[in-house]
Design a protein around this ligand. Structure first.
Ligand SMILES: *[C@@H]1O[C@H](CO)[C@@H](O)[C@H](O)[C@H]1NC(C)=O
Ligand SMILES: *[C@@H]1O[C@H](CO)[C@@H](O)[C@H](O)[C@H]1NC(C)=O
Ligand SMILES: *[C@@H]1O[C@H](CO)[C@@H](O)[C@H](O)[C@H]1NC(C)=O
Ligand SMILES: *[C@@H]1O[C@H](CO)[C@@H](O)[C@H](O)[C@H]1NC(C)=O
Ligand SMILES: *[C@@H]1O[C@H](CO)[C@@H](O)[C@H](O)[C@H]1NC(C)=O
Ligand SMILES: *[C@@H]1O[C@H](CO)[C@@H](O)[C@H](O)[C@H]1NC(C)=O
Length: 291
C-alpha cells in the first residue's frame, strides 16, 4: 500500500528551514557544526593557496626559460626581404622617376637618401660601433662582451658607398643621367647567408626591360658584397647599435633613360621566387630620368 504523502503547511516548511539554518538541538549551522565549518573553510583556503602557487610556478618557469634576447617562435620569414631607396612608390609599383633639370625633383630624391643614410654617418658609426671587425668572416659572439650586457656590431660607414655616399656628390647623381639607388636586405635573427659556407652574399642587378637604355652600372662597395662580418644578427636587445650593411648601385642611363631593373641578393639560402612575396630576396623597380 502506498503511504499518503504528508501534506505540510507553509508555516511548517518555514520552521523546518529555520531548523536547518540553526539547529539548536544539535548545535549545527546549515547542517554542520561551527567546528566543521571552520575545517571546511581551512580546507578551501589551503586548496586555493596551493592552486595559486602551482599556477605562479608554471608562469615563472615559462618566463624564466623565455629569453628576451631572441624570439622563441620564428616560423615566418626565414628568407630576408630586399628593399630599395629612394622608396618612391606609385600605385604599388616601385617607380624612381625624377627630372634632372627640375631642382624640386632631384632634391626630393637626394633628401630621401641623405635621411636614410643618417645612421651611417662616419662620425656616428665611429662612435657607437668602434669594434675592429674581421672582414670576410662571420662575426659569431657567444657571450655578451660589449658594454651593458650587449654584443658588438660592426660599423658600416657612409663613405664605403663611394660615389653613392652623398659625400663627394650630395645629389647622388640625380642631377644627371647617373642616379644611385641603395639596396638593403632586411634583418633576420641568427640568419647566416650561404648557410655557413663562408661565402659573402652580393647584390646582382639585372635589366628586365629597356636594355638599350642602360649602358652599365657600378656597385659600392666593390662587387656589391654584403660582408660576412655583419652576420649573424643577434636581435635589437643584444645588438642595439647594429646597422644593416648596404649596397649602392649607380646606373648609367642613355637613350630614353628608362628601364626596369631587378636587384637580387645572391646566396644559396635566400629564396627569390616566392609568388606571394615580391620582395623576398629581390626588388624590382622602374628607373626613369626625365629632363
Ligand atoms: C623637367 O623640368 C624642366 C624644368 O623644370 C621642365 O621644363 C620640363 O618640362 C620637365 N620635364 C618633364 C618631362 O616633366
Ligand atoms: C656626419 O655628422 C657630422 C657631425 O654631426 C657632420 O659634421 C657631417 O657633415 C656628417 N656627414 C655627412 C656626410 O652627412
Ligand atoms: C681597433 O684597432 C685600432 C687600431 O688598430 C685600435 O687603436 C683600437 O683600440 C682597436 N679597437 C678595439 C675595440 O679593439
Ligand atoms: C645548411 O647546413 C646544414 C648543416 O651544415 C645542412 O643540414 C642544411 O641542409 C644546409 N641547408 C642548405 C639549404 O644548404
Ligand atoms: C646576375 O644575374 C644574371 C641574371 O640572372 C646572371 O646571368 C649573372 O650571371 C649574375 N651575375 C652574377 C655575378 O652572379
Ligand atoms: C670582386 O670580384 C673580383 C672578380 O670576381 C675578385 O677578383 C675580387 O677579389 C672581388 N673583390 C672583392 C673586394 O670582393
Amino acid at each position: 500500500m502506498a503511504t499518503l504523502k504528508e501534506k505540510r503547511t507553509c508555516g511548517q516548511r518555514c520552521r523546518d528551514f529555520g531548523h536547518f539554518v540553526w539547529n539548536s538541538d544539535e548545535g549545527t549551522f546549515m547542517g554542520r557544526t561551527p567546528e566543521k565549518w571552520v575545517y571546511i573553510s581551512l580546507y578551501y583556503v589551503a586548496f586555493y593557496v596551493v592552486m595559486t602557487a602551482l599556477f605562479s610556478l608554471a608562469i615563472y618557469v615559462l618566463m624564466y626559460t623565455l629569453s628576451p634576447y631572441e624570439p622563441d617562435y620564428q616560423d615566418r620569414l626565414q628568407s630576408p626581404g630586399v628593399m630599395v631607396w629612394p622608396d618612391t612608390y606609385n600605385d604599388e609599383v616601385l617607380e624612381i622617376t625624377y627630372n634632372m633639370s627640375d631642382k624640386h625633383s632631384w632634391m626630393k630624391m637626394s633628401k630621401c637618401l641623405h635621411k636614410f643614410l643618417k645612421p651611417y654617418n662616419d662620425t656616428i658609426q665611429a662612435q657607437c660601433n668602434h669594434y675592429n671587425c674581421t672582414v670576410g668572416k662571420y662575426f659569431f659572439q657567444h657571450q655578451y662582451d660589449a658594454p651593458k650586457h650587449t654584443k658588438w656590431a660592426c660599423p658600416f660607414y657612409q663613405s664605403m658607398l663611394g660615389k653613392c655616399s652623398g659625400i663627394v656628390d650630395p645629389t647622388f647623381g640625380y642631377t644627371t643621367n647617373q642616379p644611385c639607388v641603395i639596396i638593403k636586405m632586411n634583418r633576420i635573427i641568427n640568419f647566416l647567408p650561404n648557410n655557413g659556407t663562408g661565402m659573402a652574399p652580393y647584390v646582382n642587378c639585372t635589366v628586365l626591360k629597356g636594355h638599350e637604355n642602360v649602358r652599365g652600372h657600378v656597385y659600392y662597395p666593390l662587387n656589391g658584397t654584403l660582408d660576412l662580418s655583419y652576420f649573424p644578427y643577434y636581435g635589437k636587445l643584444a645588438q642595439p647599435t647594429y646597422v644593416n650593411p648596404l649596397v649602392a648601385v649607380k646606373f648609367d642611363l642613355v637613350n630614353k633613360r628608362r628601364a626596369t631593373i631587378q636587384c637580387r641578393v645572391m646566396a644559396n639560402n635566400i629564396a627569390y621566387e616566392n609568388f606571394y612575396d615580391h620582395y623576398e630576396g629581390k626588388v624590382t623597380f622602374d628607373l626613369n630620368a626625365l629632363s
